[in-house]
Design a protein around this ligand. Structure first.
Ligand code: KMH
Ligand code: ZN
Length: 276
């Protein structure tokens, strides 16, 4: 029996500027087209950061809701909103992301140095956001940037129980300057520490760690996140043309290890997202 591969696309992020990367999808129209293209290529979930009219990161509530509606109308992708936003976003706006009623949110399990900045996720914020996800019946994807955050996930589940839907899905975000490195050794260490309640996990390697992390994840039976949030070159010095190109590469590499891309229906079953 083939073991399908969940491919999540993270098309935009909050760190890259449109001026530096004109092919980055920053408008709603571009984002929806990207979602359509990436679903056709084999993605089953989309991790969304949105931008304002000046292409700057925003957590504007109206735009977030419009985005969720538009991506849902155009695709069957699981719509995951980033609750991380940018390093400059405050906790109140980040908590309000749930008001847009996405299928899923990202939920980072601790504070991380993030290049020269700090991605702040103190324990009281994490627990508040987790409890909100339970109340609103939104599935969290636990984003783990280092090994301490793997332990923090066990602590969270011990104290507050399983997420909405009963599944525990993790994404290892590796290679952020300040987090765990994007290496096979770090991936093995992190996966060995995952709570027993974990039902699925994916991994992504930032920048030049992308291929190492992809191959390590596949060799350990994990899933993949790809996209221009995490990597902007397809090979050394060659810019990524589109998110679709990154999804297609993940599908090709998955095929080599007999992991066909998971359909959106299979992904909904795996993550037990609410029917909306
Ligand atoms: N932009 C980073 C500071 C998430 O989306 O939840 C945080 C991030 C994680 O991208
Ligand atoms: Zn993100």
């Amino acid at each position: 029996m083939p073991d399908p591969l969940l491919i999540t696309v993270a098309p935009t992020g909050a760190e890259t500027s449109k001026a530096d990367c004109p092919q980055l999808p920053t408008t709603l129209e571009e984002l929806v087209q990207t979602a359509v293209d990436c679903e056709a290529a084999g993605a089953a979930m989309i991790h969304i950061h949105i931008r304002d009219d000046e292409h700057q990161p925003t957590l504007d509530a109206v735009r977030l809701r419009e985005t969720v509606v538009a991506v849902r109308e155009a695709t069957d992708l699981i719509v995951q909103l980033s609750s991380g936003g940018s390093v400059h976003d405050g906790f109140p706006e980040r908590l309000k992301v749930v008001d847009a009623e996405p299928d899923a949110i990202s939920l980072t399990m601790g504070t991380t140095n993030f290049g020269d900045d700090v991605f702040s996720n103190p324990w009281p914020f994490v627990t508040q956001l987790y409890q909100l996800s339970l109340e609103r019946e939104i599935v969290p994807e636990f984003e783990l940037f280092d090994l301490g955050q793997v332990a923090a996930l066990s602590r969270l589940l011990d104290k507050f129980g399983l997420p909405y839907g009963g599944r525990v899905h993790v994404d290892l975000v590796m290679g952020v300057p300040g987090g765990m490195p994007g290496t096979t050794d770090a991936l093995v260490a992190a996966t060995q520490m995952l709570p027993a309640a974990t039902t699925s996990w994916s991994a992504t390697g930032i920048g030049r760690s992308t291929l190492d992390v992809m191959l390590a994840s596949l060799s350990k039976g994990g899933h993949l996140r790809v996209g221009m949030e995490d990597v902007l070159t397809i090979s050394r010095g060659v810019p990524v043309e589109s998110n679709r190109q990154l999804v297609e590469r993940a599908v090709e590499i998955g095929a080599l290890v007999q992991r066909p891309p998971m359909t959106t229906g299979q992904a909904r079953e795996l993550l037990q997202v609410k029917q909306r």
